[in-house]
Design a protein. Sequence first.
Length: 566
Amino acid sequence: MSAASRIPVGLMEGLNQVKKRRPANLSALVNLDLLRNIVFFFFVLRWTRRAFWKVKGRGIIGSLVELYRNIGRILYGYFLRAPGVRGKVQKQVNDALAKTQAKLIAGNLTKYLTLPKEGLSEEAVRKELETLANLDHTKWEEGYVSGAVYHGEEALMKLQTESFGKFTVANPIHPDVFPGVRKMEAEIVSMVLSLFNAPPGAAGTTTAGGTESILVCCLAARQRAYAERGITEPEMILPDTAHVAFRKAGDYFKIKVHLVPCPAPSYQVDMKAVSRLINPNTILLVGSAPNFPHGIIDDISALSKLAVKRKIWLHVDCCLGSFLVPYLEKAGFETTPFDFRLKGVSSISCDTHKYGFAPKGNSTALYRSAELRSYQYYVSPDWSGGVYASPGIAGSRPGALIAGCWTSLLNVGENGYIDACVKIVGTAKKITDKIRETPSLESELEIIGRPLVSVVAFTSRNLDIYDIYDALTAKGWHLNALQDPPAIHVAVTMPIVKIWERLMADLEAVVEAEREKERARIAEGKGAKGKSVGDSAALYGVAGSLPNKSVVVDLATGFLDLLYKA
């Protein structure tokens, strides 16, 4: 009997079927393996490109330093959540918030936690309003506040209030119902565009403030990059001194943010670092004119040339500079190119509610062309409620604020703004000169960079700048504490113009008092260990130096919660 005859017939048939199927199965396996290799290749390619861009932008050492900091931040976060540590940290946060609550929330006022059964009389409401208006507060009327209130003169506020009354119920979302508001809004945009030397065809919108202006411009840049270049992983490059609204835009609109240092002595954005960080996903470059922390104008001309060369959107944040920077030259001060005369500038944000002296809640987003502006629009053509279109983030908007802005611009006029520029920027320069020329101040304080506009920032060579800040606060001043580097800034306003010499006298007295305290501590052999930590020193000096900022986030979140505690 042959070997073949000993194999069962069924088994032979099975072997034959396997032989017939093997080429097909093998082909499927080969195709699956090829697909797996292709996916793996693109995965490796994607991460290799990202790694290349990282090293190209930050350098090998910079990338390693960034990795080291990220690891330290993560590990410190675990430490703060460890048993025993978290409880102590939370107790300190709660104690700090309790102190803040005691300052913010007055306990002797009538509280309205539900609607009254019967509405209060007009007289009763007026009485309540008067009580609230006269609560103990920092004396902005006397010029004790940095920024916040930029004009404050009674005549202009009265005129603004009258404009509110005429347009209390107005809403620009209904231009046919409120045609006057539509006209005023269009004219506001036109006036501000002319201020920034906009070319023919330029366009803009009004917004509720500088943050919204920045948000919509970032959104427009993102939408354009997607529509024209198909970018789905957008990135933007900004100075680390740029307004925090750009970081908010990054979080809101999923735009990766690259922060570029602004090194001493100029404190302008490092152009070489900006250039290195540009990659195919870059949709936006940013410059400030000036920045909020130090009042320094970035090299907008260099940014413009880079934007033109690399064909990237450049946004200039002029929210703080607003109606001062455009008038520096006419007011007789040094200036630098910053507006639409530079070909690379695609958009500008300008706050009319700062040095435009309009009521709070007013700003503008300006574009080189109407096409660029259209990318900030939102249109829904198939909503069941009808075709919906809005120019920005908000739908309904207060027409009264637009009326107040329009009223302010017309009332002050170009000559009024030039005169204000002379007074405000002139006072900022007097403050700078006073610090630099007074021996007791010059030996201790150092002006940051070369401010050209209204903000003067200074740090301390030997003393704790936050102790100086707390001491000035105790004297009634409401200035701005900064970090990286630790500093104080003064944003000069019309009210400050009148009492800047008192501020300098108090600053001189505070510096001398802090110097005496330091001498006494050294004489007693205590040094820094014997020093008490003030409120701002605790927040900026201690918490700000932690590698993980979760404690600061907890404090800030708690503070925001307090704002809504009745």
